[in-house]
Design a protein around this ligand. Sequence first.
Ligand SMILES: CC(C)(COP(=O)(O)OP(=O)(O)OC[C@H]1O[C@@H](n2cnc3c(N)ncnc32)[C@H](O)[C@@H]1OP(=O)(O)O)[C@@H](O)C(=O)NCCC(=O)NCCS
Length: 190
Amino acid sequence: MADTTTPLETARLRLRPFTVADVDAVYAYHRLEEVARYQYWQPRSRDEVAAEVAKWLEHEAAAQAPDVITFAVTLNDSGALIGDMVLLFRDVAARQGEIGFTFNPAHAGQGYATEAAHAVLDFGFGQSGLHRIFGRCDARNTPSWRLMERLGMRREAHFREHAVFKGGWDEEFYYAMLSREWADLRRGAN
Ligand SMILES: CC(C)(COP(=O)(O)OP(=O)(O)OC[C@H]1O[C@@H](n2cnc3c(N)ncnc32)[C@H](O)[C@@H]1OP(=O)(O)O)[C@@H](O)C(=O)NCCC(=O)NCCS
């Protein structure tokens, strides 16, 4: 079983489990319209963020293999929390995972989300033994699909008007990466 308590370290970041003390830092960006726009939620109140973080803490406390792992993304130098990442285990038998990311726009444009997602893919394909990891986003969410392309994920699908999202038709991209593709990319990077 993957160790979900040991932080993941990167050059600039530490991805660690959430604590109750993180509520205000998460509220600082989950309250923003620009952050909620393409999510399945509306801008959150502080109470809603507290309830959400409480859910993440429950996942962390799950004794058996969790079906979701959340990561608080913090800066190495200041310890500031700049975003949250999630890895969902969607199909245990087929070892399929889904990645998700939400960052504070105050820290956008510096490659932090890419660096954090890289660590989560390493974790997912490494210790978690996943075979395929996918990510979904609204087709209008350019920063999100560009991030998945930077990671080397392939666009596998564009679902056109397949659902209703926040009062309009939903246009959704699916991106994915196989374990062996990630290994090839990592080998190329070394
Ligand atoms: C999706 C999201 C995480 C992407 O954030 P981001 O700031 O674009 O991504 P990064 O932190 O990886 O930064 C990438 C940018 O930094 C630049 N950059 C600077 N230094 C870099 C480095 N060392 N490595 C990689 N990129 C770097 C890149 O060129 C890129 O800039 P560009 O957008 O002008 O091309 C962010 O937009 C977000 O949280 N959105 C709101 C929530 C949301 O919609 N989540 C997705 C739901 S599906």
